[in-house]
Design a protein around this ligand. Structure first.
Ligand code: F6P
Length: 324
């Protein structure tokens, strides 16, 4: 192996740049030529492939976003698109790839490597959602969590000043990981998760109990994938049940995806990037390099994308215990 390519795909996540840097420099240290594929699978199809050297990744360890850009490619879902991508890789003599992304990225890599077994792909979990089976942490989760907690702290100040209830909606797609961790770290009164059936009636009951317990303001963290339709829909339904409570909604949105990566995400990026290159050098393919109990863990793509790790029930019970 003397050529390797790296790309970022799906939604961007803080720490992707630090990981591109780690992959590039680990490969160069082993005398492997490095290429960057722009815009994920779409850039592979369009032949947007650039040569990288040590200076291409200077001064990016601290930057959010991804210098290689990210995209969700519809064209790659078709065999024709994937064949075009294969031709471009062959033109550059690339047969080893590090793919940084989430479940869509790894599902694509699984299909692609089944069709073209001469291309080896190792994945690195890069998504703020922390929703991949086989890794305790995905790149970007820690930074996004800190962004959310910082926002919750600020909203708590104004909520307390005005005796209000705030519903704060956070990202995570169909995973409640960001929401649950933010609820514990932010001291929320309640958290609404996709993994738990929770009705607006349950929420109203919790808020009434909080009031009886002399809480004059409350924070509810709402995961975007929860089953009542999100924070706006919950606020509308709440009005039918309680009128004497002023409720405000804040949807944090894409602010959660930006910003400089935390030290934790940078170190995770360094470890996963270097290990991914080492795995490719030892002939591995179709696996995600993740982290389990602070040790590197390999999970086949098929398994990493099949399901999430289950919700941390103990943490959920801690969130409830501490919110009285
Ligand atoms: O997967 C990361 C994520 O930020 C999810 O939390 C969210 O549901 C989705 O991407 C938003 O995607 P887009 O930026 O394409 O709107």
């Amino acid at each position: 192996m003397n050529r390797i390519a790296v790309f970022t795909s799906g939604g961007d996540a803080p720490g992707m740049n630090a990981c591109i840097r780690a992959v590039t420099r680990a490969a160069l240290a082993n005398n492997i030529q490095v290429y960057g594929i722009m815009r994920g699978y779409q850039g592979m199809i369009d032949g947007e492939i650039i040569s990288m050297d040590s200076r291409s990744v200077s001064n990016i360890v601290q930057r959010g976003g991804t210098i290689l850009k990210a995209a969700r490619s519809k064209e790659f879902l078709s065999k024709e698109g994937r064949d075009k991508a294969y031709e471009h890789l062959k033109k550059h003599d690339i047969n080893c790839i590090v793919a940084i992304g989430g479940d869509g990225t790894f599902s694509g890599a699984e299909v692609f490597t089944n069709e073209h077994p001469d291309i080896k792909i190792v994945g690195i979990p890069g998504t703020i959602d922390n929703d991949l089976a086989g890794t305790d942490f995905t790149l970007g989760f820690d930074t996004a969590l800190n962004t959310v907690v910082d926002a919750v702290d600020k909203i708590k100040d104004t909520a307390a000043s005005h005796d209000r209830c705030f519903l704060i909606e956070v990202m995570g797609r169909d995973s409640g990981c960001i929401a649950l961790w933010a609820a514990v770290a932010g001291g929320a009164e309640m958290v609404m998760l996709p993994e738990k059936a929770m009705s607006v009636e349950d929420l109203v009951h919790t808020l009434e109990t909080a009031k009886k317990n002399k809480k004059s303001s409350t924070i509810v963290i709402v995961a975007e994938g929860e089953k009542n339709g999100g924070a706006q829909a919950i606020a509308a339904k709440m009005k039918e049940h309680i009128q004497d409570y002023e409720t405000k909604v804040t949807v944090l949105g894409h602010i959660q995806r930006g910003g400089k990566p935390s030290a934790f995400d940078r170190i995770l990026a360094a470890r996963l990037g270097v290990h991914a290159v080492e795995q490719l050098m030892s002939g591995q393919t179709k696996v995600m390099v993740g982290i389990r109990s602070n040790a590197i863990a390999l999970t086949p793509f098929a398994q990493a994308t099949k399901s999430h790790d289950p919700l941390d029930e103990k943490l959920f019970s801690i969130a409830n215990t501490l919110s009285i």
